[in-house]
Design a protein around this ligand. Sequence first.
Ligand SMILES: Cc1cc2nc3c(=O)[nH]c(=O)nc-3n(C[C@H](O)[C@H](O)[C@H](O)COP(=O)(O)OP(=O)(O)OC[C@H]3O[C@@H](n4cnc5c(N)ncnc54)[C@H](O)[C@@H]3O)c2cc1C
Length: 496
Amino acid sequence: MNRRNLIAAPFLQLGRKARPLIAGGFVLDAFPLGHKLRDRNPFPAAKQQRKTPLVIVGGGMAGLSAAWWLLKKGMRDFVLLEMESEPGGNSRYGQNEVSAYPWGAHYVPIPNKKSPLVRELFEELGLLVDGELNERHLCHSPQERLFIHGRWQYGLEPEVGLSPKGREQFKRFDELIGQMHQTGKWAIPHAYGQVDAKLEAQPFPDWLKANKFDAPELLWYLDYSTRDDYGCSLNDTSAWAGLHYFAGRDHDDKGPFCWPEGNGFILNHFRQKASSQVQPNSPVYRIERNGKQWRVRTPNCDYDTPSIIWAAPSFLASYIIEGQPKATAFTYSPWVTANLTLDRPPKRSNTAELAWDNVIYGSQSLGYVVATHQSVAMHRDKSVWTWYYAIAEQTPDAARKTLISKPWEHWRDLCLADLTKAHPDLADCVTHIDIFRNGHAMVRPTPGFLASPSRQQYLKPQPGLHFANSDLSGISIFEEAQYRGIEAANHFLTRR
Ligand SMILES: Cc1cc2nc3c(=O)[nH]c(=O)nc-3n(C[C@H](O)[C@H](O)[C@H](O)COP(=O)(O)OP(=O)(O)OC[C@H]3O[C@@H](n4cnc5c(N)ncnc54)[C@H](O)[C@@H]3O)c2cc1C
């Protein structure tokens, strides 16, 4: 092996001669089908035809929330078409012999009184009992820790080595956020509050500069936050969205709720409720006007319907729905999620115990969450860690090219190299790494997106067509998906 090959050799696989190599591969790849839809490639003609009062397209949290709401209101006669073999979208999860683990969404903060729909669902799920928190589902302690300057600290706001300037700016930022929250204008879902148009149009860095926030620790923390919730860097985020991450939530939140399977916990409830309506393996490849009806085409069945709730990502609509304009203002961040199976924990480096959420200061990744964290077993060696990385340092188009062109070994090595900073012996603990590449994972709340004519056009219901994906909110979280789904369902019920 010459020197060049040696450098290119898989990171950390060297020196593991005594142990089997790490197994794994790509999972849940949606590129081939997605590109087939985009390119309007032909699908086999369906052998069946059906009439139905309503078709919901897309079985993510938005589509399933619409279904949940309709069923609650006594409406059972509809179908929900999901292109994948399982519903759930960004809230899907996996399972192996060690644990269930998320492929995307993994927590929901405790809904405050301004989120009645989330509270209603959470009562049904037993997460709230007569308005009180069911502690069994709250994230156990320690919840979060940060690896900074070679050691772990609890909490994600940098404290180790924090400069006096950084301390002053964190305090001032917290005070400002507290004042904003007090105004009642910052709500989740944000439609229950009031979006400040000036802040929404302003880039977050401009707001920070104008308010004299420049401490590197604070800027890192804010950039981590926008990458975590929106998949894009602080530079690409509107000031409103950058602040909403903090001002929209209660300061004394005792949450979040989390589960080994992440938001798959909620998904399973929806899936059970709507089991007769959900049709997996049903990619909708074309929707045509047929008088006052729509014809919704899938390879298995064509549906004639007067009403559609489009809960698939909005950018796809113009490729599928006849005459639908392009969703030009919608941009999406690509994500990589890796699930690592460990047959033993890495050696502990210092006092801060493994937390549910573990973040590395200065890293481009978002660190990892531990699927077995909520386990009440006294002793547990094996675990599954879910590592998240939004490719925020490239444009979305460039990042998607990287995402699709690099082999599994590239992402495996990137993930191990990242986590090895905090866990030097990690590669000896890991037996398996599966990787999910999600090219259009999350909508990006770029400056001016909420006010853009393109979004306004998609918000306005058309005769028999209502858009419902969480991307309409500019913020990809469960609460927004639920709100959009229920809004669309209510619109359908009113029209009927
Ligand atoms: C890595 C990651 C981590 C996240 N973590 C969290 C978290 O911890 N908490 C949180 O609240 N949120 C989180 N989110 C945000 C998450 O996106 C939302 O919570 C929510 O799941 C979005 O639901 P949705 O229904 O709006 O969209 P999606 O989940 O995108 O659902 C759209 C569905 O439409 C289907 N579809 C697309 N095209 C077609 C077609 N032509 N025909 C039929 N079906 C089609 C898709 O397969 C998919 O199932 C995370 C997202 C990602 C990517």
